[in-house]
Design a protein around this ligand. Structure first.
Ligand code: GDP
Ligand code: CA
Length: 303
């Protein structure tokens, strides 16, 4: 069985671990968001791809929720001491990966190529593919101005309310090599419990990728990132309230119009008319076993 998962960073990575555990090795392809990618200290950082890589390879820090376990922060402290930028937290172990990726990109290799290499080195049978190899950057429109995603999220602590989200470069972006092939070979498509606006919509903003999703011949099932109408972490609930008018399952489903056949929601949000069929289950991924149970429910709904 071939499964394609669309995923953002932390919520997506948690779910990806569960899906990987529920499938046989090599059956999963994760298509990752690159709208959050950022250049820091001359390095190309792909936070969402890395969250997925670290989680699937069991290198992630469960408690902090992002980055690598056993991380130290010496290089960033030294850079800061020399007057370098230090607003974006990069640990020493994490930096090692960014050095390798940045060198490969400067040598003319594609992001998908170097991402595949990293996954192979990590020993993964799961494929991780960026939505696009082209430049696609999420821009956040707020009453105080328009900001690059990380400037808003990290720099300003995602405090500004969001009026709209734009994806710079999306209309000219092509799916990365491997994306359309994976979708064509998929027996089921899943959308992780990621932030719909800034993790999933930038993936679906790549025109040919969106067309492939809309023309799918298999079922596509999304998992809601909200529990009891609240985000487990981050600004998804505030964004839904302001831009969709609420945080009920129908507001989440509304972010995925034409893209999904069913929505998995938490018991605390049921019953609900989401405009698409719903599957009700416990959606809090407190550990790998819980993530796997949620993945199995989503896979059942997609069968
Ligand atoms: P980011 O790119 O690191 O911000 O991560 P994602 O966009 O992939 O995930 C963020 C979303 O994950 C948030 O909206 C959270 O509500 C959601 N999330 C995190 N943990 C859980 C969980 O255990 N269950 C569910 N249903 N959602 C979760
Ligand atoms: Ca992200």
């Amino acid at each position: 069985m071939n499964v394609v998962l669309l995923s953002g960073g932390v919520g997506g990575a948690r779910f990806a671990r569960g899906v990987q555990a529920a499938l046989a090795p090599g059956e999963l392809t994760v298509i990752g968001n690159v709208g959050d990618d950022v250049e820091v200290l001359g390095l190309h950082v792909s936070p969402d791809l890395d969250s997925v890589l670290y989680a699937l390879a069991d290198l992630n820090d469960e408690e902090r929720g992002w980055g690598r376990a056993g991380e130290t922060w010496n290089a960033l402290a030294a850079a800061s001491g020399w007057g370098g930028e230090d607003w974006f937290r990069l640990g020493d172990l994490d930096l090692g990966l960014h050095l390798v990726r940045t060198q490969a990109l400067r040598a003319g290799r594609s992001l998908s190529d170097v991402t595949a290499q990293l996954a192979t080195v990590a020993g993964l049978a799961t494929r991780i593919v960026p939505a696009t190899d082209d430049r696609l950057r999420t821009q956040i429109v707020t009453p105080s101005g328009t900001f690059g995603f990380q400037e808003w999220f990290v720099g300003r602590g995602h405090r500004d309310p969001v009026d709209a989200v734009r994806f710079d470069g999306a209309s000219e972006a092509a799916p990365a090599s491997g994306v359309l092939e994976a979708l064509a070979a998929a027996d089921a498509i899943l959308i992780a419990p990621s932030n719909p606006y800034v993790s999933i919509q930038p993936i679906a903003a790549v025109p040919a990728l969106r067309a492939a999703l809309e023309q799918r011949r298999v079922r596509c099932v999304a998992v809601s990132p909200l529990i009891g109408g609240r985000a487990v972490k981050g600004p998804a609930d505030r964004m839904l309230s302001r831009m969709a008018g609420g945080t009920e399952p129908r507001h989440v489903a509304g972010c995925y119009e034409e893209l999904i056949d069913a929505l998995v929601i938490d018991g605390s949000d049921a019953p609900a008319d989401a405009g698409v069929p719903t599957t009700v289950t416990a959606t809090l991924m407190s550990d790998l076993a819980a993530a796997r149970r949620l993945a199995e429910k989503a896979l059942e709904a997609a069968a």
